[in-house]
Design a protein around this ligand. Structure first.
Ligand code: SF4
Length: 317
């Protein structure tokens, strides 16, 4: 692992902990570590002692090797990708955000949900980061969609914590996303932010991604072959995150995740399933900008999601 990769992973782990109320990295000494930089400096010798990769020596580092036995079954037997996590933090698992603590679903909710399974064991945090980095490099090099690659400026991989319990799944990048490389940053993205805030969710607590990683020319609707071209990428992302919930924003997201051509109107209002996740369907924010009357339907959908994950719905008892 390179120094900057370790620092990025440390910052994201600390950020995730902060949302769970843990503000410092616990240590065996009275002092705890408040920042990724200090954490990095403390562990620099042990983590980077072999220069080209992760140190992996329990005896000398007092750390715990990141193998299948110690990290909830992560498929990470390749020693070139093993990493030493300081022993002092091994006992602290990544906690779900208090905002998304799961509770029992309401009795009688109409649902097509059938509990499925993810295809692979859950990865630990560092393995997720490494998987996403490798996948993103493949996306940036991808040229499968001939009509798209010659006009794209940037690929748009996705954004958010790899440990998110909720994935917001959209259609394809637009002009703003193509320019910035970030998903949902234009007018539709601003509306999504408002919807999330109204739902007591924060943008940095959910993972946001699209069916396509590149902008179709003139924002045209993606065709099925393009969705299929990009399927290995978005399915790998979902398999890596293994969220509890996926929100499909619009018909293209439905086609990608549920492989259904049913309308949003027929699919919304109940949960569907994708592997181990419950899938909610609602209207795309861009559609809502053009059809403001549909906003109340999306708000009903978001309230269904809030009730499902235990967030108090405004105005409810
Ligand atoms: S949309 Fe997906 S499959 Fe098509 S070129 Fe971009 S990354 Fe490749």
């Amino acid at each position: 692992m390179q120094r900057n990769q370790w620092k990025t992973a440390s910052e994201q782990l600390l950020s995730h902990w902060r949302r769970s109320g843990i503000t410092h990295v616990p240590t065996g000494k009275p002092e705890s570590i408040p920042s990724a930089t200090e954490w990095l400096e403390l562990n620099e010798n042990s983590v980077f002692e072999d220069n080209d990769g992760y140190a992996n020596n329990n005896a000398t580092n007092g750390g715990v090797a990141n193998d299948n036995a110690t990290n909830d079954g992560a498929a990470n037997s390749d020693t070139s990708t093993a990493v030493v996590i300081p022993a002092s933090v091994q006992t602290h698992s990544i906690s779900p955000s208090p905002l998304t603590t799961q509770v029992a679903r309401p009795v009688g909710a109409v649902s097509d949900f059938v509990q499925g399974n993810w295809n692979t064991p859950s990865l630990d945090f560092v393995a997720r980061q490494a998987a996403f980095q490798e996948l993103n490099e493949q996306v940036m090099a991808c040229r499968k969609c001939e009509d798209i690659v010659c006009r794209r400026q940037r690929t748009v991989f996705g954004a958010g914590p790899t440990t998110a319990r909720i994935v917001m799944f959209g259609e394809a990048p637009g002009a703003d996303e193509d320019r910035t490389g970030e998903p949902f940053v234009g007018a539709a993205g601003q509306l999504l932010d408002k919807i999330l805030i109204a739902s007591s969710l924060k943008r940095d607590e959910v993972y946001i991604m699209n069916s396509l990683k590149c902008r179709p020319p003139n924002n045209r609707t993606p065709v099925d072959s393009e969705i299929d071209n990009c399927r290995p990428f978005f399915e790998s992302q979902l398999e890596t995150i293994q969220p509890d919930y996926i929100v499909c924003w619009g018909a293209i997201a439905v086609r990608a995740v549920l492989k259904s051509t049913e309308s949003v109107g027929r699919l919304r209002g109940k949960f569907h399933s994708y592997r181990g996740a419950k899938v909610m369907v609602t209207y795309h924010p861009a559609y809502l900008l053009r059809n403001p009357d549909a906003k109340k339907l999306t708000w009903e959908d978001m309230k269904m999601l809030m009730r499902e994950i235990g967030i108090k719905v405004p105005g409810s008892a």
